[in-house]
Design a protein around this ligand. Structure first.
Ligand code: ADP
Length: 470
C-alpha cells in the first residue's frame, strides 16, 4: 500500500504548532509498516542546503481558473520518510506559512489551492493507493480528487476545527471551481467559501485527533458552526489519538538539554530546573516550577491564567511562560513580569528552549477551552512534568486525575474542576501540596514517564482505517 501524506507544515522544515509534529511523527511510525511519501510546500524560508533537499528535475503546469502555475518538485528524507516538496512562486514566497503581523496572507486561497491541486497530480504521478490530507490547507484536494481520480481513497484529518480556510465567494471562480459546489451541502458557509467543508464532504473518511474531540465537534459548543454539517457526515468520522515522536522528545537523549535524565535516574531533571531558573532570573530553584508553552490565544486559556496571575504569583512557586500571539495578552504578561521575581515571560517560538522548559518544569499548566488533542501534555508526561489541564478533548483522553491510592497508573495529572481563574488557583494549590509530598510527586512523575505516548498504537489504527477505506 502506497500512502501520500500531505500537510502544510512538517517538522523540522516548518512548524507553527502541533500539526508539524504530527506530520513528522505519524508518517515516521507508518513508514515502519507501509510505503509512505510525505509532501509539503517548499516555502522560501526553508533552508534547502541544511536539510539536503534536492530537485527531482520534475516540473509541470497546473491551471486554476484563468491562470497557469509552474510547479517543480524537490525531495529529502525526514526520520526515514521520503518527503516531497512542492515549489511554486505564489505558494512559497513567504516568511511564515500562513501570514504575518497584519494577519493571514490574502492569497492563501490561491496558495493552498495550488498546493491542493498539485497533490492530486502527484497522487497519479506516484501511483498512490491512498491520499491522506490534513487540515484545510489540503482539503480542496478531496474535491478535485473526486473529479479526476474518483477511485482514489481519500482520508481527511481535522487537527483543529477553528481554522477552516474561509474566503470570499469570489475565490470559487479564482480557483476555477465549478459553481455547483457552492451550496450548503458543499463548500458554501454563510456566503463564503469554506475549504474545511470540502475535506469533510468529499473525503471517504474523516478523522480527528482524539476520540473525545470527535464527539465534541458534533456539539454547538465545539463545532465552530460546522456541527450540523459534521452530523450529516458522522458515519465516516473517527477519532484517533495523536502521539509524539519519542525519539525526538526523549529526556535521555535530547540535544537541547545539558543534563539528561530518565525515570530511573531522575536527578538530572533537577539540574535542568536549576539551570533554567538561573538563566531566566527566577530565584530559589527549590520552589516548584510551573510552565505554560503555547500560542497566546483564548483556546489555550491564557486569558484565564492572566486573570489568576496575581493569586498564582503570590504562592510559593516559580512560573514561566513561552509563546507568542495576542498582543494585549503579551503586553499584560510583560508588565506583570516586571513586578514579580518569580515570573518569567519568554516571547517567540523557540524549539530548543521549549524542550528545556519541559525538562526543567515540575508542572505544566494547560487550561485549554478546547483541545483537539494537545501535544504539550504528552511531551510533559514524557519529561516527567505533571500536567494541570482542563478536562476537555484530547486532554480528557490522555490525562486522568491523580489517584491517591495508586501512583503507578500512567498519565496522571491534575484536572480543573471547571474552567475559571478560581479553579486554576485551586488546582495549583493542590499541585503545590502534591509537590510538598516529594515521594508521591516523584512516583507519579516516574510512572508518567513510562506511559506510551508514541504513535505506535495510533499508527496501527490509521493503517487499519486505510485498508478498510481502500
Ligand atoms: P497547537 O494547538 O498550537 O497545535 P499542540 O499542543 O497540538 O498545540 O502542539 C503544540 C506544539 O508546539 C508542541 O510541540 C509545543 O511544544 C510547541 N510549541 C508551542 N508554542 C511554542 C513556542 N513558543 N516555542 C516552541 N515550541 C512551541
Amino acid at each position: 500500500m502506497k500512502l501520500l501524506f500531505a500537510a502544510s507544515e512538517i517538522f523540522p522544515y516548518a512548524k507553527t504548532g502541533g500539526l508539524a509534529d504530527v506530520a513528522q511523527a505519524l508518517p515516521a511510525a507508518l513508514a515502519k509498516q507501509t510505503d509512505v511519501l510525505s509532501v509539503m510546500p517548499l516555502y522560501d524560508f526553508i533552508d534547502r542546503e541544511k536539510f539536503a533537499l534536492t530537485s527531482m528535475n520534475e516540473s509541470f503546469q497546473i491551471t486554476l481558473g484563468k491562470d497557469i502555475y509552474e510547479i517543480s518538485l524537490f525531495e529529502g528524507m525526514n526520520r526515514g520518510v521520503r518527503t516531497l516538496f512542492v515549489h511554486e512562486a505564489t505558494l512559497c514566497h513567504c516568511i511564515t506559512p500562513y501570514g504575518n503581523k497584519n494577519g493571514d496572507y490574502p492569497s492563501n486561497d490561491l496558495r493552498f489551492g495550488i498546493f491542493s491541486k498539485t497533490l492530486v497530480i502527484m497522487a497519479e504521478m506516484f501511483k498512490i493507493d491512498i491520499l491522506h490530507l490534513n487540515d484545510w490547507h489540503t482539503a480542496l484536494a478531496a474535491l478535485w480528487a473526486k473529479e479526476v481520480l474518483p477511485e482514489l481513497p481519500v482520508i481527511f484529518t481535522i487537527h483543529n476545527l477553528v481554522f477552516q480556510g474561509l474566503f470570499p465567494r469570489e475565490s470559487v471562480e479564482r480557483l476555477g471551481l465549478s459553481e455547483h459546489y457552492f451550496t450548503p451541502e458543499g463548500i458554501e458557509f454563510w456566503g463564503k467559501m469554506n475549504c474545511m467543508k470540502a475535506g469533510i464532504a468529499y473525503s471517504d473518511v474523516v478523522t480527528t485527533v482524539s476520540p473525545t474531540y470527535a464527539k465534541e465537534i458534533l456539539l454547538p459548543e465545539f463545532g465552530c458552526g460546522l456541527e450540523g454539517f459534521l452530523q450529516v457526515h458522522t458515519s465516516k468520522l473517527h477519532g484517533i489519538l495523536n502521539g509524539i515522536d519519542t525519539v525526538l522528545f526523549d529526556p535521555l537523549n535530547d540535544p537541547a538539554l545539558t543534563k539528561h535524565y530518565s525515570a530511573e535516574k531522575l536527578s538530572g531533571k533537577k539540574s535542568n530546573k536549576t539551570l533554567f531558573c538561573k538563566a531566566h532570573g527566577l530565584t530559589d530553584a527549590d520552589k516548584p516550577l510551573i510552565v505554560f508553552i503555547g500560542r497566546f490565544t483564548e483556546q489555550k486559556g491564557l486569558d484565564i491564567i492572566i486573570e489568576a496571575l496575581p493569586k498564582l504569583l503570590a504562592m510559593k512557586l516559580n512560573f514561566a511562560i513561552l509563546g507568542d500571539g495576542d498582543e494585549t495578552m503579551a503586553e499584560t504578561l510583560m508588565s506583570a513580569s516586571k513586578n514579580y521575581d518569580n515570573f518569567s515571560i519568554l516571547f517567540g517560538y523557540n524549539e530548543s528552549l521549549s524542550h528545556r522548559m519541559y525538562a526543567a518544569a515540575d508542572l505544566l499548566l494547560m487550561p485549554s477551552r478546547f483541545e483537539p488533542c494537545g501535544l504539550n501534555q504528552l511531551i510533559s508526561l514524557r519529561y516527567g512534568t505533571i500536567p494541570i489541564v482542563n478536562d476537555v478533548g484530547g486532554l480528557h483522553d490522555t490525562v486522568r486525575d491523580i489517584d491517591d491510592t495508586d501512583s503507578s497508573i500512567c498519565g496522571q495529572g491534575i484536572l480543573l474542576s471547571t474552567l475559571s481563574s478560581t479553579a486554576i488557583v485551586k488546582a495549583v494549590k493542590r499541585s503545590l501540596k502534591l509537590f510538598a509530598s516529594k515521594k508521591h510527586f516523584s512516583k507519579i512523575s516516574k510512572s508518567n514517564m513510562h506511559c506510551n505516548v508514541s504513535f505506535e498504537e495510533s499508527s496501527k489504527s490509521y493503517l487499519k482505517l486505510y485498508r478498510k477505506t481502500i
